[in-house]
Design a protein around this ligand. Structure first.
Ligand code: UDP
Ligand code: MN
Length: 344
């Protein structure tokens, strides 16, 4: 059967040895603070619609902004590393290659190209996941009881650099080779899951399938995160940004919690083109504009600017340019400019 590559054994011990031999590249950059690599990507080809590559650029700028604030590395892939695993399946070989090349990385965080970070301050609660190797947005009852392919979302998930994860990627990838294998597994998934229309196997359904059919093997180390928006469905979010911003400003939280969705994910929008879009392109495009501007405002304000509205690229100055630039003492701005949670 298909494999992602040479079988790797004893990886945890090998990695531990490497970390011991390379103390300048610790897997934890501070106590309780894992080294995180955010991984994203898009097709090697240019987008199928005129606006797509511009949207991808802005969506990547958004990820760069988020990663800079939090001190995460970021990797953008434009390559399909394994021709068998084309399309959305391509994230699997990318994650494996990065895992093996970067033993110093403790956690890899895959985000789809159509994911927009919309709370630039919030960061996943790493400590909560110390005993888990995979963190996926989802709900226990929807996965294990309802066996729904929508019980998780595979557009934003966190995976630990360890043997368990390599094994998972292997088991997962077996359902992905394009052509007859992917097609036949589509039928298997359709039968095993409760609500999946019949079409070729997709990575999200395949992961639900593994959790449902081999819960003993994978379930214990998989954390289904539903307490904040590790993935947030765009339709329920994009018209509410102004309200959320107003409400959060009225009652500033103590920090730690999510002020508004961490992620707005444009599921089904295909911003780069493609035949399977499930929503009207203009609606998607308007939503993306608003999400990107909402996130960008959180960055621009640090420098004294903001968008005139969430619906336009035009910006205006919101702080006077002064001769005493370091005198202002704005707590909210300081939290993002010089975050204390970030390692030295
Ligand atoms: N993708 C990639 N290379 C490819 C095709 C897809 O890296 O050649 C990634 C890209 O990040 C994309 C993701 O796979 O966002 C999943 O596809 P999409 O977001 O369109 O699926 P949806 O979220 O709508 O289900
Ligand atoms: Mn997506």
């Amino acid at each position: 059967p298909y494999t992602l590559g040479a079988a790797v054994s004893d990886y945890d011990a090998r990695r531990a040895r490497w970390l011991h031999d390379n103390p300048r590249f610790p897997a934890f950059v501070a106590p309780g603070r894992p080294r995180v690599l955010v991984v994203t990507g898009s097709s090697p080809r240019r987008c199928g619609n005129a606006d797509g590559d511009h949207v991808l650029l802005r969506a990547f700028k958004n990820k760069v902004d988020y990663c800079r604030v939090h001190g995460f590395d970021v990797f953008y892939s434009n390559a399909v590393l394994d021709a068998e695993l084309s399309g959305f399946w391509t994230k699997l070989p990318i994650l494996r290659a990065l895992m093996l090349a970067h033993p110093e990385t403790e956690l890899l965080w895959w985000v789809d190209s159509d994911v927009v970070f919309t709370d630039m301050l919030f960061e996943p609660p790493w400590g909560k996941y110390a005993g888990h190797n995979l963190v996926v947005p989802g709900w226990d009852d929807k996965v294990y009881a309802a066996k729904s392919w929508l019980g998780i979302n595979a557009g934003s998930f966190i995976i630990r650099n360890c043997q368990w994860s390599l094994d998972l990627l292997d088991a997962w990838a077996r359902m992905g080779p394009r052509g007859p294998v992917r097609y036949e597994y589509g039928k298997v998934l359709g039968k095993a899951l409760s609500d999946r229309p019949s079409y070729e196997a997709d990575d999200q359904s395949a992961l639900v399938y593994l959790l449902v059919t081999e819960r003993g093997r994978w379930g214990d180390k998989t954390f289904l995160e539903g307490s904040y928006s590790l993935h947030g469905f765009w339709l329920a979010i994009v018209d509410r940004y102004e309200d959320m911003r107003r409400d959060a400003t009225a009652t500033p939280g103590g920090g730690g919690g999510e002020r508004w969705p961490l992620v707005t994910h444009f599921v089904g929008c295909k911003p780069c083109g493609g035949q399977y879009a499930s929503y009207e392109a203009s609606r998607c495009r308007r939503g993306m504009e608003r999400a990107l501007n909402f996130a960008d405002d959180q960055i621009l304000r640090l420098y004294g600017f903001e968008h005139e509205s969430l619906n336009t690229t035009a910006v205006r100055r919101v702080r006077n340019d002064t001769g005493g630039p370091l005198d202002a003492d704005d707590v909210e701005i300081g939290r993002l400019l010089h975050p204390t949670f970030r390692a030295a």
